[in-house]
Design a protein around this ligand. Sequence first.
Ligand SMILES: [Mn+2]
Length: 350
Amino acid sequence: MKEYIYSISDIEMGRGDITDDFSDDQAVAEFLEKIITDHAAEQPSPKITLVLNGDIFDFLKMEYKGELPYLITEDISLWKLEEVFKTHPGVFKAMKKFLDAHSHTNIHFVIGNHDSDIAWPSLQERIKQELGNQDRVTFDYWYKNGPVHAEHGHLQDPVFMHRTHRPIITHKKKKILNLPWGAYVCFTELVDFKKKYPKEEQYFPHEQATKANRKNKQYEKDGKKMLFGAATKLLVKRITNPGNPNYRVPYIAVMKHIAKHGFEFVDDHKLIESRIKKITQTYPDKQIILLGHAHLFNKVRHGDQTILITDTWRDEFDLTKNGAKKPKTYARVALENGTIQSADIHTFQK
Ligand SMILES: [Mn+2]
């Protein structure tokens, strides 16, 4: 039996305000239509799984009623989800159409660091309902299918590594999301910074963008102030709120990271190699590993393993190409009776 796995990541749909970096609903719709058309002639109709490999929603940069609470209850997450449905209806219509096309299509949501909120069962139910109550919609931190393994990529990142075995905790008698410390930094510092400089972090490569931004003294000053503010606040809160798990820092992982990479925590181009090494060591028997998170695209061979990294679908601009909007990329894996036939990264063209 023939089977295809398509993977895209990092759409980062928000609520249409200044922190929502996604504006290409139509591209997602056309991509899903193309998948169906490309396989329409095949008989028997193959199984097709769309892996939405994390950060499909951007709950992390989203304000809740004008505020940025960091103790995220189920009600807050549900409110944020409805905002995304309202803002990007075309995407969900397209997903529903993809599922309705025939009975062999599936959508699997991998949970990323921008959409940890999907861990709430009520959010999963609401998403399923939006897509027509399909039992072919599934959720997890991974996608596992024979020789293929997909995960978002944040579980190798010390800033956003998530306790997947304990995504929801009780704090002061309230159920809240058990978020990594990077999320706390986002809620308290990064979002304000992003609102002040909404375009700056959309430019790549990182080094060139930093150099260009350096001309803007205020940007550099504010950036340093933000990082210093985040570090001090985190340290103080850690001591004054010992019972609050949201201030926990994985110190061992962070120290190991600093020993290896210095204080470089954000430049994925520099960090990706060691993340690939980690994941191939964790899953040595997987032939194909699909990743997102890094906002770059690449096909990497590591021994007899192939790692396919998909780029973001949000608005980002490439300084090596005169600031042109980055192309949308996807991974495609073809299997026959559980054996890999092909696996590659592609650029989506209408
Ligand atoms: Mn991510």
